[in-house]
Unconditional design. Structure first.
Length: 170
């Protein structure tokens, strides 16, 4: 494979979340990108990156959120976030095991706005490539919520592979 030597000892970051699209992107990466890299010509590390949503912020104008949330509710939300992160990472690791590769896998969990955390993590990790899925929102929904994959493709300094979901390819 031409250019595969360039991928020796490289770091590939795959953004994963609860959605099936990110797991499809991980599977695509393992079967199409990393398999060719590691077939006797080099090695690389795979970083699974999950971004937890930021904790809710209660306004002083909405004291009911503060009074009724209390410490128990806040700790329950933190616990739920940690459990969700563990669940996503376990699912991603099981996909990696199915491919039976000797690729070194690291897990990183960030917290905040997904697009900002992913871009910062890619830079901090000195990633050589970012792989992510796309929800393929329509025009109106994308205009309202934005597209994390589009944002990352424009703002990270390494190549970005956006894997379309299988349901949009049919």
């Amino acid at each position: 494979m031409e250019g595969a030597e360039d991928m020796r000892n490289k770091r590939v970051v795959v953004a994963v979340d609860e959605g099936e699209e990110s797991m499809q992107a991980l599977s695509w990466c393992l079967s199409n990108l990393l398999t060719q890299i590691t077939c006797g010509i080099g090695s690389c590390s795979l970083v699974l990156l999950y971004v937890k949503p930021p904790p809710p912020v209660y306004s002083t104008l909405d004291p009911t959120g503060y009074f009724f949330a209390g410490d128990d509710a806040i700790s329950d939300m933190k616990k739920y976030g940690s459990n969700l992160a563990n669940s996503v990472m376990n699912k991603a690791e099981s996909i990696c095991r199915k491919f039976n590769t000797s690729i070194k896998v690291e897990k990183k969990v960030g917290c905040g706005e997904a697009k900002d955390v992913i871009c910062a993590a890619v830079e901090n990790l000195k990633a050589d490539i970012l792989v992510m899925g796309t929800h393929d929102y329509g025009f109106f929904k994308r205009a309202l919520v934005g597209s994390v994959s589009e944002y990352c493709a424009k703002h990270v300094k390494c190549p970005v592979v956006v894997v379309k979901s299988q349901k949009t390819m049919i």
